[in-house]
Write a protein that binds this ligand. Structure first.
Ligand SMILES: *[C@@H]1O[C@H](CO)[C@@H](O)[C@H](O)[C@H]1NC(C)=O
Ligand SMILES: *[C@@H]1O[C@H](CO)[C@@H](O)[C@H](O)[C@H]1NC(C)=O
Ligand SMILES: *[C@@H]1O[C@H](CO)[C@@H](O)[C@H](O)[C@H]1NC(C)=O
Ligand SMILES: [Mn+2]
Length: 589
């Protein structure tokens, strides 16, 4: 059961996005600079802790081996609901899972055979947190303690970004003191909220080592995650490494592999500035597990030298809370003389929350939009219009303030242009995320001859699943009813990153890979079919619910219209326009 479900998710959500034409790949392969790792004449060592791996393999119990779990006690379910509203994950399940739980091994088989230098430098590990749930945070720390060679830890710096929870002060200090002997902890309690980026800067300033590892407080470190991340930095100053980030979902705290084969994906963003994955460029089999260049990092988990971190800025000090700093830093690295590498033999699992509460800053501004617009203004050159025109309502009224210093800094670092980024760093970005992605149709999706519309109960986090319901059509359309059958053949919110997904007929982040999010509109029968389950969306007017049902042209409750715009040319020539998946209508995998 668990296995089945896991497969399902991997299949639909976590594969790298598809590269369209094989010819393109070949061209790109040739034109991509190959990475030269330092040739080191040093003693190598197998850093795997086989004793721990063996002990873990024998563990049994709740949530062990990364298994997903559910609550059964009615009282607990009720209490968990309250906590869920606050923390965005099922934290009572976390309380019941051991802080030392075992995890599945998703490293590629060959990673076991890899050796790393015997003499590696000690690392300052920096974790930023604000109002993190205690047992989730504890598991992060225990996994770190259990799965990191202690001789490689200079210190662990915990930066408390002005949390409001009492347990994150004295009780945390005592917990750390009692549970992690032999490791130096430095807990920094910030007197006011700094935001993620400035809190990282505070942590980095305090670091004693030249080698910094920056992480999040809701992770599970995996076997041998550290040595592979350090190695590429050894003889190079301007290299930043990121692990493969596996997923722990918020519902059952189940651990998933990130992408099939576990060889990693390249990171990118689409024109909505959402983090997206791209396929790796083909390389010889022998070097498949070597670190490879990636255009964009997710931002929360990386290793960097302290000198380099401060040399590049590291962040525009005006950026607030969180958001877009990963794009800024990725551009700084890739355009200003550095290298950003993903390291396939290092895995760290990260819990993705169901939602993120703070969309707005205390001051009421849309801080994510603010940060994005600042980064775009400074870095995107003439391409900035493509970001703005997709979300006119969002960006129009944001005043980004003074950009003089940020722009000066870009000059000082002698950074290349955004055009260079698109041509040389991520030459497949425009292939996967073209600028002129004409939608097939948009507007409200209204049941024919009825005043009811599809609505996504979107609550703020594009990465999460939200219920899709039938509701009275609002005029003018509210954002949650304003949908588009996009160039990617998905049905998405026009103003926010969220796609209709056949998984429980919910919404989730648009992954652009077809599968559960692959829909087809038949302009004659007016049916909307999901290409993964081959069923049609059907309305139930009695209780305003929706379901997937066997397609039947005679059923009125399967007939929908896009009430603002339909591109008949494009829809009636379905396979000629839009994103092509291998064999239209057939999932490409
Ligand atoms: C977790 O493991 C540590 C050893 O690393 C041990 O001291 C501790 O008691 C364990 N805690 C639990 C709750 O199993
Ligand atoms: C679909 O494409 C064909 C071939 O290019 C073209 O002849 C036809 O007019 C197109 N149909 C529509 C409705 O535009
Ligand atoms: C309809 O789609 C075609 C193909 O993508 C595009 O060339 C055309 O401009 C679109 N028409 C409108 C009105 O958007
Ligand atoms: Mn996170």
């Amino acid at each position: 059961m668990v296995l089945l479900k896991r497969k399902f998710w991997v299949f639909t959500q976590f594969a790298c996005a598809l590269i369209v034409v094989v010819l393109v790949i070949n061209f790109l392969y040739v034109s991509t600079p190959t990475l030269k790792l330092p040739i080191t004449q040093v003693d190598l060592k197998d850093w795997n802790n086989y004793e721990l791996i063996r002990e873990d393999s024998l563990r049994t119990g709740f949530g062990e081996h990364g298994k997903g779990e559910t609550l059964t006690d009615a009282n607990e379910i009720e209490e968990n609901k309250k906590l869920f509203a606050e923390f965005g994950m099922n934290v009572l399940i976390s309380d019941k899972i051991s802080v030392n739980r075992s995890i599945p091994e998703y490293r590629h088989q060959k990673c076991y055979q890899k050796k790393y230098p015997k003499d590696l430098p000690k690392v300052s590990i920096i974790i930023i947190f604000v109002d993190e749930y205690f047992s989730i945070f504890k598991r992060t720390l225990h996994s770190l303690y259990n799965r990191t060679p202690h001789e490689l830890i200079e210190e662990v710096i915990l930066v408390n970004d002005h949390s409001t929870k009492d347990f994150l002060y004295e009780p945390l200090r005592i917990y750390v003191q009692e549970n992690f002997p032999g490791i130096k902890f430095n807990i920094i309690n910030l007197k006011k909220r700094h935001g993620l980026m400035q809190a990282r800067v505070v942590g980095a300033k305090a670091a004693k080592s030249e080698f910094l590892f920056i992480s999040e407080p809701h992770c599970e470190m995996t076997y041998n995650w550290l040595p592979p991340l350090i190695e590429p930095l050894l003889n190079q100053e301007k290299v930043v490494t990121v692990p493969i980030i596996d997923n722990i979902e918020w519902k059952e705290l189940m651990y998933f592999e990130n992408d099939k084969g576990n060889k990693g994906c390249r990171g990118a963003f689409d024109w909505d500035l959402e983090y997206k994955k791209l396929n790796r460029f083909p390389v010889a089999e022998a070097s498949e597990l070597e670190p490879f260049l990636t255009p964009v990092m997710t931002g929360g988990i990386f290793m960097i030298r302290k000198t380099y971190f401060f040399e590049i800025g590291p962040y525009d000090p005006e950026l607030v809370i969180w958001g877009a700093e990963n794009i800024e830093m990725s551009l700084k690295i890739n355009l200003c003389g550095g290298q950003l590498l993903e390291v396939p033999c290092s895995h760290i699992a990260h819990i993705y929350r169901a939602f993120t509460k703070a969309r707005k800053h205390e001051s009421g501004i849309d801080f994510e939009g603010f940060n994005r617009k600042r980064v775009v203004e400074v870095w995107f050159d003439d391409y900035k219009q493509h970001v703005y025109e997709r979300h006119k309502r969002r960006y129009e009224n944001i005043d980004v303030g003074d950009l003089t210093e940020a722009k000066k800094f870009r000059k000082k670092l002698k950074c290349k242009s955004f055009d260079y980024f698109l041509k040389n760093v991520a030459p497949d970005l425009l292939v996967n995320f073209p600028l002129d992605q004409y939608p097939f149709a948009y507007g409200q999706i209204q049941l024919l001859d009825e005043n009811v519309c599809l609505e996504i109960l979107f609550e703020g986090d594009p990465n999460k699943n939200y219920e899709v319901i039938l509701n009275e059509c609002s005029k003018p359309p509210v954002d949650t009813q304003y949908l588009e059958l996009s160039w990617y053949r998905d049905i998405r919110l026009r103003e926010i990153d969220g796609c209709l997904d056949a998984y429980k007929l919910s919404s989730s982040s648009c992954h652009l890979s077809g599968g559960n999010q692959h829909f087809k509109y038949d302009i004659k029968s007016k049916q909307i079919m999901n290409m993964a389950n081959k069923q049609c969306i059907e309305a139930n007017l009695e209780d305003l619910s929706l379901k997937f049902a066997k397609c039947d042209e005679s059923l009125k409750q399967q007939k929908w219209i896009f009430n603002e715009f339909v591109n008949e040319t494009a829809i009636s020539n379905w396979s000629r326009f839009g994103r092509s998946f291998q064999g239209d209508g057939v999932y490409w995998n």
